[in-house]
Design a protein around this ligand. Structure first.
Ligand code: HEC
Ligand code: HEC
Length: 593
């Protein structure tokens, strides 16, 4: 849908003082009739929440920003500190790729599409909507006529090729064994694919369409990735959780429980499948005494060679020397995530601030460009900000999102006292669908979600207690999170029959007594299923099985790594061995939840 630009940009007057000065400056230029095209901005965006997630630079130094929540694209002019236009093009845009000077590809996570649009005569015109594997999350151009799209929940890559007429077609796809989030084209026709939640990292041979190597890093929440300017190394920003470190005051304060870092991996090691990435990489720990660096995101080099890292959890951009010495922190709006080099400046995507910040080489603060007028936030939106707020934790070392990335789980164990004891690490539970997981915590000890939230702040994160009102905001946000979609949705009638039969087996084997269908697949009691923890605590509340196929570790101690293992190795709650057909259909059913 196109939008015409008619009205004066009154909302922009809410921008920072500096941007006011610049807008005024722009006006003067016009009055004097200079050649510069700096007339007052005339675009008037509507009131809504946007959530910028990705951007590309345009030849004139402008930015094309993809907004997730609104499904819109904003054209931002960093020079004039304003938004020039905005177009509604999809449901949930999560990435944008420059195809050539005028064509751009957008990844629509909710519509499961790759959208090709052309910027022509100041308008963004849709040229094609191409279906791709479900829940696409990002895309990368690997050659002038080839794009690879990664899909989060369907754990796959789709190859797109531009045919002679300029139309894009999907060619083939490749299954992955983890949920991908970041892609980077490497020299030699290779592609780096990085885990969305945990520490898997795969190198894919693009021409042959196969995974060449897959290795695990001691890492989770890998959110930023870039090449060093000399092209010799890849830098990743991520977090690391010590599964054995109890969440005590000193362990949190020393950054032992949860550390935030930049990892430098030589390209040669990435391209050598036999190299140990853990040994070959060097790590820079971010943060210092009393000042943690929660949730590092985007990373970019300044012209000077200094490195900027967006700290999503502290609303800052950290500036450090190439050797890793922190120089300063630059304040930004809520949750800076992406960093994009625009000429001599760096643009910051302020995901929860609905703004783009601009940092000059020598600047000590970011100039903020709001993407639209801000309205009063809903409870869930305020809770979303606190969920990503590292300042809720002792000395800003972590946020809820650090252990529960995007509300899901980093798949690791953490020794919190949610179970009433330390020395008994438990798997981080996914909060996707947690609204139906009453009672909460592995031991079912929490009857009210706000009690669990409050406990998470004061014990898991060792933060100051937060008032009930903010606890309820966080609960409202958690209530907005649907369960993770199934890895393998049903596809055909035969498949649906198998699933129906699997459901009957599930009841027949007695699973449904504790994992009650059709909504929650849990129950509100605790049961001893023969897996006591280190302190002999044996009664646990069954985790909901909604979205269970998206978990790579199962049971409170992660003793199983697949649903197959739950049945074949653990033999969880099986009074008899299922037949081969029962086993197959039961697994199929579990993977459809
Ligand atoms: C250090 C990692 C860590 C951090 C940070 C963290 N959690 Fe958790 N969370 C866990 C672990 C581990 C569990 C399971 C613990 C247990 O039940 O024994 C859990 C469980 C939960 C549960 C119960 C889910 C269920 O289905 O029973 C909720 C709700 C929750 N966390 C919310 C939060 C919120 C909100 C925050 C931020 C205020 C937060 N967590 C921060 C590790 C963490
Ligand atoms: C007596 C109650 C009970 C019955 C019956 C039962 N479960 Fe469970 N289930 C549990 C409990 C409790 C846990 C958590 C145990 C732990 O991790 O210590 C669990 C965990 C699981 C998990 C792991 C989930 C996760 O996120 O870690 C799966 C999968 C599962 N059950 C499937 C089944 C299936 C399939 C059946 C039937 C064959 C079944 N359960 C029967 C109580 C039960």
């Amino acid at each position: 849908m196109m939008r015409t630009c008619v009205l004066m940009l009154a909302w922009a007057l809410k921008a920072t003082l500096l941007s006011l000065t610049l807008l005024a400056g722009a006006g003067i230029c016009l009055a004097q009739g200079t050649e510069l095209e700096l007339k007052p901005l005339s675009f008037h965006p509507t009131v809504r929440s946007r959530r910028p997630v990705a951007a590309v630079t345009m030849p004139e130094g402008r930015l094309l920003v993809a907004n997730e929540r609104s499904g819109t694209v904003s054209l931002v002019d960093p020079d004039r500190r304003g938004v020039l236009n905005e177009w509604d093009i999809g449901e949930r845009l999560v990435d944008v790729t420059a195809i050539d000077g005028t064509h751009f590809g957008f990844v629509d996570h909710a519509a499961h599409q790759w959208i090709v649009a052309e910027l022509t005569a100041g308008e963004l015109v849709i040229r094609q909507r191409l279906p791709v594997a479900a829940w696409p999350i990002c895309a990368v151009k690997t050659s002038s006529d080839k794009i690879v799209v990664a899909s989060l929940w369907s754990r796959s890559l789709t190859w797109l090729r531009r045919a002679a007429q300029g139309e894009w077609r999907s060619e083939e796809s490749l299954r992955l064994t983890f949920n991908p989030r970041l892609l980077l084209a490497l020299p030699g026709g290779k592609l780096l694919v990085v885990d969305a939640f945990g520490g898997q990292i795969a190198v894919v041979n693009v021409a042959e369409g196969r995974v060449e190597s897959q290795r695990t890093l001691a890492a989770h929440n890998i959110r930023g990735m870039t090449m060093t300017p000399d092209g010799a190394c890849v830098l990743l920003t991520h977090q690391q959780l010590d599964e054995d470190a109890a969440t005590t005051h000193s362990n949190v304060s020393l950054g032992i429980v949860l550390s935030n870092l930049v990892r430098q991996i030589p390209l040669s090691a990435l391209l050598d499948p036999s190299a140990s990435l853990e040994q070959e990489s060097s790590r820079i720990f971010l943060g210092r005494t009393l000042e943690g660096a929660a949730d590092p995101n985007g990373i970019a080099f300044e012209k000077s060679g200094d490195v900027l890292i967006a700290l999503g959890g502290t609303d800052e951009v950290l500036r450090m020397t190439p050797d890793g010495d922190e120089i300063e922190r630059i304040r930004t709006g809520h949750r800076p995530t992406g960093l994009i080099r625009v000429g001599d400046r760096i643009a910051v995507l302020e995901n929860l601030g609905d703004a783009v910040g601009v940092i000059d080489d020598a600047a000590h603060s970011a100039v903020e460009i709001p993407l639209g007028p801000h309205r009063e936030l809903t409870r869930a939106e305020r809770g979303e900000i606190d969920f990503h707020n590292g300042r809720l934790s002792l000395e800003s070392w972590m946020s809820c999102h650090s252990c529960h990335p995007d509300g899901h789980s980093n798949g690791l164990l953490a020794d919190t006292s949610s179970d009433g004891s330390l020395g008994t690490p438990k798997r981080v539970l996914s909060l996707l669908g947690t609204r139906d997981a009453n009672p909460w915590a592995w031991n079912g000890g929490m009857r009210e979600l706000h009690e669990q939230v409050s406990k998470s702040v004061t014990t898991s994160m060792q933060g100051e207690p937060i008032p009930l009102d903010r606890q309820i905001d966080l609960v409202a946000f958690l209530h907005s999170l649907p369960p993770a979609p199934p890895l393998v949705p049903s596809t055909s009638d035969d498949d649906r029959q198998e699933i129906e039969h699997g459901k009957a087996v599930f009841r027949n084997l007695g699973c449904a007594t504790c994992h009650v269908p059709p909504l929650t697949y849990t129950s509100d009691a605790t049961y001893d299923v023969g897996m006591p923890d280190e302190h002999g605590q044996a009664k646990f509340n069954p985790p909901t099985l909604r979205g269970v196929s998206q978990r790579d570790h199962l049971f409170h101690d992660s003793r199983a790594v697949s649903l197959e293992e739950v049945i074949d190795v653990v033999g969880h709650q099986l009074s008899r061995t299922p037949t081969a057909v029962e086993r197959r259909d039961l697994l199929r059913f579990l993977k459809s939840l």
